[in-house]
Design a protein around this ligand. Structure first.
Ligand SMILES: C[S@@+](CC[C@H](N)C(=O)[O-])C[C@H]1O[C@@H](n2cnc3c(N)ncnc32)[C@H](O)[C@@H]1O
Ligand SMILES: Nc1nc2[nH]cc(C(=O)O)c2c(=O)[nH]1
Ligand code: SF4
Ligand SMILES: [Mg+2]
Length: 238
């Protein structure tokens, strides 16, 4: 099958337990919870997305006809950025959009054959192929959770009707609260059907600072949960 890829870039993982690790990010086009168009955001299943995943016109993006072609492209991005590869296994993070709409075993086998360790960032609504070394699931309010095990569960917080306790019993090694970044979102319209971001106690999170303060309070009260900051945004890298 052909793969539609928005962008492929070399950066540091900014979130979760692998924060700070050099990685190629392969961002697939398309998502099953939002069209990506602002005009549809209010009625989407996921309303707070911070990412442009429409089309294949980003840096390093394109249509790739075979798993091998995309795997070679990912390797070339690693090689272009990593000048001293000795002793480090190349690392690729598949994201999107929703990567599990396209990420399949042949592609994972192709990147593994080139030496890559593999990771995914997924909304958890689709099952993950077995060849992944690291699975990060980030559940969304209105979406059924199908992938209910993995390495880390990263909950954007606060989200209407989603309480961290709903997930604390699942089979993950790490549990993160990531403050909702509403800075790129349009102001909510009064008539919007979009549910407001309410925390545990029903408080409205009107800014990333509010969301961060709420997440800090929750982690302090429930130490099984840790704070995941989007560190790439803090330092201005992709
Ligand atoms: C853009 S999503 C792509 C992967 C997948 N569709 C998902 O939702 O996990 C990558 C990560 O960014 C998080 N994210 C998206 N929008 C965010 C926002 N406004 N504030 C904080 N985290 C956000 C997602 O929850 C997910 O963990
Ligand atoms: N540096 C960096 N780290 C990230 N971790 C998850 C991201 C994503 O959009 O999936 C992301 C991203 O977009 N950039
Ligand atoms: S599920 Fe992920 S990619 Fe899709 S709209 Fe939500 S945050 Fe964005
Ligand atoms: Mg991102």
């Amino acid at each position: 099958m052909a793969y539609a890829v928005k962008e492929v870039f070399y950066t540091l993982q900014g979130e979760g337990a692998q924060t700070g690790r050099a990685a190629v990010f392969c961002r697939f086009a398309g998502c099953n919870l939002w069209s990506g168009r602002e005009s549809d955001r209010g009625r989407a299943e996921c309303t707070f997305c911070d990412t442009d995943f429409i089309g294949t016109n980003g840096e390093g993006g394109g249509k790739f006809p075979t798993p091998e072609a995309l795997a070679r492209h990912i390797l070339s991005c690693w090689q272009a950025g990593c000048t001293q590869p000795e002793g480090a296994r190349p690392y690729v993070v598949f994201t999107g959009g929703e990567p599990l709409l396209q990420l399949d075993s042949p592609l994972l086998q192709a990147v593994r054959a080139l030496g890559f360790e593999t990771a995914v960032e997924t909304n958890g609504t689709l099952p993950a192929p077995p060849e992944l070394d690291w699975i990060c699931v980030s559940p969304k309010t209105d979406a059924p959770l199908v992938q209910s095990r993995g390495d880390e569960l990263k909950l954007v917080y606060p989200q209407a009707h989603l309480r961290p306790e709903m997930f604390a019993g699942l089979d993950f090694r790490h549990f993160w609260l990531q403050p909702l970044d509403g800075s790129a979102l349009p102001e909510p319209q009064p008539a919007s059907s979009q549910a407001p971001p309410l925390d545990h106690d029903g408080h409205l999170a009107s800014s990333r600072a509010d969301a961060t303060a709420q997440a800090v309070r929750y982690c302090q009260a429930h130490p099984r949960w840790r704070l995941s900051l989007q560190t790439h945004k803090l330092i201005g890298i992709p």
